[in-house]
Design a protein. Structure first.
Ligand code: ATP
Length: 425
């Protein structure tokens, strides 16, 4: 699939301080892409560069194959939903959503075509005039008698006027035809009504048209902000932590709704968050960032199951991270014991980090596992227990639905494919 947006080696400096470096990113049409990372890692700056609110210091931003560096915000195929909804308090829900359509010239598309016809006409006019001047010079160079020359020039001038008039007539009739398609105020109101209704329905706010903004909950206000952005029918919706101000339950509801909305509207969403669960729930593609650089790009499953380094492993979910040595392909050693694994391609005896996810470790009877230890803490987390088991070398955090009593002796075990080996950080 051809890329919709490409960032190529994008760098951003603020007052000599580099906050983004070497950002290469490809975004496909209809993708839900999330920029994820800790506070200050450059997510919002990346989003603002895509939206055209700020310029990259270096590098290219390409939309549909076209360089966007000098294209202003309002001419980009993007719309933005900010963390604070920025609704107009004096307008009701209907007018907040309709706003984007009202500020646009209702006949903008037709006017663009008319302007093109006018520019083409003046180009053709200039070409004809140049041809006339050229022909006049050629006659002069023939050394004809004065009378004959004047007659020829007159003829030439008449021909030019005729041609110009014919051209003008064609263009004027084209323009008239287009003007007849201009939308009148009554039809425009109907069009606005249809679109506002469509997008309010899409965000689940049908029937809220006449409500004042202060009569809405935070979640409803955010939905209005989203409908207001969608009504402009952008190719790309940029969302900067749009759910941050909502309480947990509402946020989770909105996460599913946003994903559904993105699917049904068939547009690309670029979503900024520092919440890894939010990113995992909604995204087709997650871009994990740290210190102004992309750490890893992949599907939620890739990022979760195959983190590229310990930063990603730690940032996306909890992990047991253990220093180890890669003895050979498929054989890693940590805490003075060798384990089979599925990783390969490291140098012999290379120092590595070993990541084992808490839910990939099982607690079993003593004698039936790989390591023996004692239950050091037990916490009920709603769906699972979080249990820390202390072995002779370290504490392993385990997520399991089976209860183990505090202080009991247990073994722990894990499979070769649950051991993720990565370069030492
Ligand atoms: P958060 O999750 O806290 O919003 P973020 O990942 O979105 O963080 P950015 O807002 O992109 O991070 O900021 C990246 C870095 O750039 C930060 O160190 C920030 O202080 C700096 N920065 C952002 N905007 C400006 C600015 N206009 N002038 C100077 N520095 C800026």
């Amino acid at each position: 699939m051809a890329a919709l947006i490409e960032l190529k080696d994008v760098t951003k400096e603020f007052n000599g301080q580099v906050v983004l470096r070497g950002i290469d990113l490809v975004i496909e049409p209809n993708e839900f892409v999330t920029l994820l990372g800790p506070s200050g890692c450059g997510k919002t700056t990346t989003l603002r560069i895509i939206g055209g609110f700020i310029e990259a210091s270096e590098g290219e931003v390409i939309f549909d194959g076209k360089d966007m560096n000098l294209i202003p915000v309002h001419k980009r195929p993007t719309n933005t939903v900010f963390q604070r909804y920025a609704l107009f308090p004096h307008l009701d829900v209907f007018e907040n959503v309709a706003f984007g359509l009202r500020v646009k010239d209702k006949n903008i598309e037709q006017k663009k075509v008319i302007n093109k016809i006018k520019t083409d006409f003046s180009k053709q006019e200039n070409e004809l005039k140049n041809k006339f001047r050229q022909a006049k010079l050629e006659f002069k160079s023939l050394g004809l008698p004065k009378n004959e020359l004047r007659e020829k020039e007159l003829q030439l001038k008449n021909d030019l006027i005729k041609e110009l008039n014919a051209l003008k007539e064609i263009n004027e009739s084209k323009i008239m035809e287009i003007k007849q398609t201009f939308i009148n105020n009554k039809d425009f109101e109907q069009l606005i009504k249809n679109k506002v209704t469509k997008y309010l329905k899409m965000v689940g706010l049908e029937g809220f048209e006449n409500r004042a903004v202060h009569q809405l909950s935070g979640g409803q206000q955010q939905r209005v902000a989203i409908a207001r952005a969608l009504i402009n029918e952008p190719k790309v919706l940029l969302l900067d932590e749009p759910l941050a101000a909502l309480d947990l339950k509402l946020r989770q509801e909105m996460q599913y709704e946003l994903k559904e909305l993105q699917r049904s509207a068939g547009i690309t969403f670029i979503f900024v968050t520092h919440d890894q669960e939010e990113a995992l729930t909604m995204s087709d593609k997650i871009v994990v960032m740290n210190h102004g650089e992309i750490q890893q790009v992949g599907s939620p499953e890739d990022i979760y199951n195959e983190p590229i380094n310990t930063f990603v492993a730690k940032f996306i979910g909890e992990s047991n991270i253990i220093p180890g040595i890669m003895k050979d392909d498929y054989l890693v050693s940590f805490d003075n014991k060798d384990y089979k694994c599925v990783d390969y391609g490291f140098a012999k005896n290379q120092k590595v980090d070993v990541v084992i996810r808490p839910e990939d470790i099982d607690i079993v009877e003593v004698g039936k596992g790989l390591l023996t230890g004692e239950v050091d803490s037990v916490a009920f987390k709603g769906v699972h227990y979080e249990i820390d088991v202390i072995t002779k070398d370290r504490i392993y955090t385990i997520h399991t639905t089976d209860y183990s009593a505090l202080g009991s002796k247990v073994d722990i075990t894990f499979n070769p494919e649950d051991i993720h080996v990565m370069e030492e950080s």
